[in-house]
Design a protein around this ligand. Structure first.
Ligand SMILES: Nc1ncnc2c1ncn2[C@@H]1O[C@H](COP(=O)(O)OP(=O)(O)OP(=O)(O)O)[C@@H](O)[C@H]1O
Length: 218
């Protein structure tokens, strides 16, 4: 049985059809790369996979069980990183990572390991509001490594990332996949070690046309 599957998914945003008849199947450890032009629905699909927006049609299944049966369980397995890094302004990176480590009952040593992996040691005691865009993104990615969850949904995670942090992300993804986790990632950029080792789904192929659009709007 596959780990994570989407069947005949269709999506509406603001009442307009974005994609239709979209299927995917991921086994444990598989990664899926979402590509396609601006507005083709990559971010919408990630939000749908996270459970933030319901599919207009179709179904998501985790280990054969419809995700809609237990949305809380799906949220608990999902780590979503969108365009906003959602860094808490008053918390330092060390406090932020300690919070997530504790929340997920992980060993405290992971905090220092994550700070090191994403080159945040020198910034570890600076309030989040003082971090640059790339530094905030590094902290958001470091959080993934202290909050284990089998489904990573990453929207353009390499935007603003320097080369060293891209390598840290590649290593974190490799560990996640080796442990049986799944990755779905939207990107316009190649990330060697990840984008060359993933299934590709081009959203341009799922643009609804009549009568698909009419069916979604019905
Ligand atoms: N919050 C929203 N409300 C209504 N429509 C939206 C919303 N967000 C996106 N859309 C629409 O949904 C469609 C798909 O947008 P989406 O952001 O998913 O595309 P994308 O492939 O991620 O684009 P990009 O490459 O520019 O990030 C677009 O037509 C967009 O206008």
């Amino acid at each position: 049985m596959s780990q994570f599957e989407g069947y005949d998914l269709g999506c509406l945003r603001g009442g307009w059809p974005v994609f239709a008849h979209l299927d995917f199947t991921l086994d444990a450890g598989d990664a899926l790369l979402l590509v396609g032009p601006n507005g083709s629905g990559k971010s919408s699909l990630l939000r749908l996979l996270a459970g933030y927006i319901p599919p207009a049609v179709g179904e998501l299944r985790w280990q054969g069980v419809p995700v809609a049966k237990d949305p809380d369980l799906h949220r608990a397995r999902t780590r979503y990183l969108g365009h906003q890094d959602a860094i808490k302004a008053p918390l330092t990176p060390r406090e932020d990572l300690a919070f997530w480590t504790k929340l997920h009952a992980q060993p405290h040593r992971l905090v220092e390991e994550a700070l090191k992996a994403f080159a945040l040691e020198a910034l570890a005691d600076r309030p989040g509001r003082l971090l640059s865009a790339g530094q905030r993104r590094r902290l958001a990615l470091a959080r993934l490594t202290v909050s284990p969850g089998p489904l990573w949904l990453l929207d353009e995670p390499t935007v603003g990332l320097d080369t060293a942090s891209q390598k840290a992300l590649v290593a974190a993804i490799a560990r996640h996949r080796a442990a049986g986790g799944n990755l779905v990632m939207a990107t316009h950029q190649a990330l060697p070690g990840v984008t060359d080792r993933a299934q590709r789904l081009d959203l341009a192929h799922y643009r609804p046309r009549a009568p698909d659009a009419e069916a979604l709007l019905a």
